[in-house]
Design a protein around this ligand. Structure first.
Ligand SMILES: Cc1cc2nc3c(=O)[nH]c(=O)nc-3n(C[C@H](O)[C@H](O)[C@H](O)COP(=O)(O)OP(=O)(O)OC[C@H]3O[C@@H](n4cnc5c(N)ncnc54)[C@H](O)[C@@H]3O)c2cc1C
Length: 437
């Protein structure tokens, strides 16, 4: 049974997927939409998108996502999203010391860019160190052995600012927002059973209040498994680290317009943010998980404090990246360091579907797999398309609910081709406690 345009729809999570969905629902004429978000402001600190910027690159190894990103980039260029989109290009390389796996991955991305008629004209080969400097003259490090390509079709989006912009637009369009630990944090989905069926009747917030809904959409990012335990091992809370270098006004200006610079075996950085003078960096790797020994399921930590550090190995990798590209910054302290949590799946596909056996009363929108932000302008339409589809079924087969395996640890860091290295447990990399002396 489908939801009507006036039925009450509750979205749990005011991050990238939740906000995009709220906006698309009101745009399509749904009049009773509420978002519950546990932080007291948007962008929420728990959102994986609460960040200066995210890469928007169109080429995927898998043409399905390439085609979607081309659509998303068109949408990034519309008035609501354009202020946050910067088509500065994507310098995608491996260093001379890269393992074969990194080179193979790079080559698959390049092949994808070159076989797509929309992207191909924007691709420039980068075969030598001089080509790297030609692509971005500001890189005055040795870039030893770097090679790859520059794709001028790609760029980045100012992610935290885009969340705030869509929040304002959704609010103006009539979406109701409930924010904060008491009113916005959702403790549980409330289910009711009749003799013939079970359904989700609404949500209960931390303050104990029950909020009825005809449809609940869980868009809780890395925390999805806490609210929807039925996901089992199909969604793994995983994190990568993020760190920043604080620049002077002059340094920020000198780096204006640089492409997103990415060595697959080291990591990447973005054009510095002119408001804060911060240059954001991420190392690439298998990431970190936080497995509960009782359930074998990885959950994101409840507090932000537990994630407020940069693992030692990542720091080394990022310093190496700076030495190779911007050596004058290589010894500068890193600031605003954190682990950023996302919802990983074993095939990198999203999970956007009704939870089975719940009379179409609850949808899970998860499994962003660390590549979902680029879809921000269109990801909400994946929900409205599904609501409009016949037969209460997700029309995109690869996003349908999959029955979780009853056993086995859900960690697929090294098994996903576009990531390098295996995942580590958070408990193994926590910094040693500071001495009290
Ligand atoms: C380090 C890092 C780098 C990334 N880089 C890129 C990139 O370059 N390009 C790209 O496209 N994507 C990138 N991503 C992925 C992108 O950030 C995510 O795909 C996107 O944020 C997923 O959106 P979401 O809404 O599912 O989750 P989130 O944005 O994390 O939002 C989930 C929200 O749910 C809220 N919530 C959770 N539990 C509850 C509850 N019980 N009650 C109420 N609210 C709750 C949280 O507070 C949060 O605001 C990256 C992710 C990470 C971690």
């Amino acid at each position: 049974m489908g939801v009507s345009k006036t039925d009450s729809i509750v979205i749990v999570g005011g991050g990238a997927f939740g906000l995009s969905t709220a906006l698309d629902l009101v745009k399509k004429g749904y009049t009773n939409v509420s978002v519950y978000e546990k932080d007291d402001h948007i962008p929420p600190r728990w959102s994986a998108a609460n960040d200066l910027n995210k890469i928007v690159r169109a080429e995927y190894e898998d043409d399905f996502y390439t085609d979607l990103t081309i659509k998303a980039i068109d949408a990034w260029k519309t008035p609501l999203f354009a202020p946050y989109f910067h088509q500065v290009g994507f310098l995608h390389c491996v260093s001379g010391a890269a393992p074969q796996q990194a080179t193979d991955t790079l080559n698959r991305f390049r092949a994808s860019a070159e076989r797509n008629s929309k992207i191909q004209p924007h691709v420039v080969p980068v075969n030598t160190e001089d080509d790297v400097r030609q692509a971005c003259w500001q890189l005055d490090g040795p870039v030893t052995g770097w090679n790859g390509y520059l794709n001028r079709f790609d760029g980045y989006a100012h992610s935290g600012a885009a969340l705030a912009g869509v929040y304002r637009a959704a609010q103006a369009a009539g979406v109701r927002f409930f924010l904060g630990e008491q009113n916005g944090a959702v403790d549980e989905l409330v289910y009711v059973s009749t003799a013939t069926a079970k359904k989700c009747a609404g949500i209960r917030t931390k303050n104990g209040r029950f909020h009825p809904a005809s449809l609940v959409i869980v868009a809780a990012g890395a925390a999805a498994g806490r609210l929807v335990p039925q996901l089992g091992q199909n969604v793994v809370a995983k994190s990568w680290s993020v760190a920043h270098v604080h620049l002077t006004d002059e340094e920020t200006s000198a780096l204006r317009g640089i492409p997103v610079t990415y060595a697959r075996d080291l990591g990447f950085f973005f054009e510095p943010d002119p408001k804060t003078n911060l240059l954001k960096m991420c190392p690439m790797g298998g990431g970190y998980i936080n497995t509960d020994p009782k359930t074998g399921i990885s959950y994101s930590p409840e507090t932000l404090k537990e994630s407020a550090f940069l693992p030692e190995a990542d720091e080394k990798q990022l310093r190496q990246l700076l030495k190779q590209t911007l050596p004058s910054l290589a010894d500068r302290p890193f600031v605003e360091k954190s682990l950023c949590w996302f919802a990983d799946t074993n095939d990198s596909d999203f999970i956007i579907d009704y939870i089975p056996g719940m009379s179409d009363s609850v949808i899970v929108m998860s499994g962003d797999s660390g590549h979902g932000f680029k879809m921000f302008p269109i990801v909400g339409s994946f929900i409205t398309d599904m609501l409009a589809a016949p037969g209460s079924q997700q029309p995109v087969a690869r996003w349908r609910w999959k029955q979780p395996a009853s056993q086995g640890k859900g960690d697929w860091g090294g098994d996903v081709s576009w990531r390098l290295g295996s995942s580590k447990e958070l408990s193994e990399i926590l910094p040693a406690k500071a001495s009290k002396l």
